[in-house]
Design a protein. Sequence first.
Length: 438
Amino acid sequence: MDLMNLSPDAVALIGFVSLFTLMLLRVPVGMAMGLVGVCGYSYIAGSGPALKLIGQTSMRTVTDYTFGVIPMFMLMGAFVSVSGVSRELFRAANAFIGHMRGGLGVATVLACGGFAAICGSSVATAATFSSVAYPEMRRFGYPQSFSTGVIAAGGTLGAMLPPSTVLAVYAILTQQDIGKLFMAGIIPGILAMLMYVLTIFLIVRVRPDWLPRGEQQSWGQRLHGLKDVWAPLVLFFFVIGGLYGGFFTPTEAGGVGATGAFLLGVLRGKLDRAGTLTALLSATRTAAAVFTVLIGALIFGYFLTITQVPQNLTAFVTNLGLGRYEVLALIMVMYLVLGCLMDAMAMIILTVPIIFPVIVQLGFDPIWFGIIIVMTVELGLIHPPVGMNVFVIKSVVQDVSFTTIFKGVIPFVLTDILRLVILIAFPMIALWLPGRMG
C-alpha cells in the first residue's frame, strides 16, 4: 500500500486503531486524541494548518465564555465538598430513616442525590460516600456487598442531577442549550433516586433479616440534622431556580453557585483558609484535566470531519434498513462496552461528535438523547466486569473484593436498565421541564 496516497477512510481507520493503542498503553485520553488528531489532520491538510489548529483550538476553548460553566460548577462542588456537606446530608437523612430496615441504604441514596446536585461528579460522589456512609453501614452490620453496591449506584446520580459536568460538555459539543439539559436531568435524576429506594425496600422484603435497623433518633436530633443542610439546599434551589426562570445564563449560574458555596462555607465556619486553598487546587486540577480532554477531543473531531467519518457513518446506518430504535439500541450497547474501558467524560467527548449526526438524521430529540446517553454511560460505570465507580470505591475501601462490590451492584444495574426503558418509552419525563423554561 502506498502510504502517501491513503484514502480518507483508511486514514480514519488508522487513526482509531492508533487512538485505542495509545489508550491501552495508558497515555492520557486527551493527549492521545490530540496527538492522533494532529497527525491525521497533518497527513490530509498539511503540517501548517495542523499546527495552527492546535493553537486556535486551545486558545478558543480556554477563553470561550460558554466553557466557563465547567470550572465554575467544579469550584462550587469543591467548596461544598471541603465544607463537609456530604457528612451533614448523610447525618440528616439517617436521623429520619436510619432506624428502618435498610434505612442506612436509603439515607445513602438520598444523601448521594443531595451531594450530586451540588457536586456534579459521579466519581467524586462515590469516593466521598465510601468514606462517609460505608463505615456507618458496616458499624450496624450491613453486608459489604450491599454497602458498597448502594454507594456505587448512588454515585451515578452525579452525572444526571444538575449541575452535571457531563451534561454541560454534551451541550457544548452538540450546541444545545446547557440550561435546558440541566432541567432535563432533574426528573430522571429524582426518578433514579426513587427507583433505588424502591430497590432497597424490595431487597428488605425478599430478605428481611439481611439489612438490620439503625439507631432510633429523637425529633430533637432530627431537627438538628436538618439545621445543617438548609444552606446547601437553598444554594441549589437558588442556582437552579435562576436557570429555570431565565435570570442566569449557565455560566453566570456557575459563578453565583461558586460564590454562594464559598460564602456559606465561610459564614458557617466550615471553610477556613486551608480548606479554601484545598478547594481551589482541587477545582483547578479537575478543570485542567477536563479541558485537556476537551481540547484533544476537539482536535480529533476536526480530523474526523476532514475524513468525513460522521457523514459516512450516518449514510451507512441509514442504509442498513434498521428501525430508529434498533439503531438507538446498538448505540447504547456500544456505550455499555466502552464503559468498561474509559470514564464518562472521555466516552462522551470521543463518541458524541460521531454519533450525534446519526441521531439527528433519525429524528430523535437532542435534549432527550443527551439524558439517555448520560444514563447509559453512567450504567457503564457500575456494570460488570469493569466499572470505574467500582474501582474508585475499591481504592477507598480496600478490605472488600471487586466480586463483592459487583454482587451488591447487580440489583441497581437491573433498576437502571428498567429506568432506561421507561425514559425511552416516555420521553416527556425528560422533556417536560425544559419545555416550560422561560
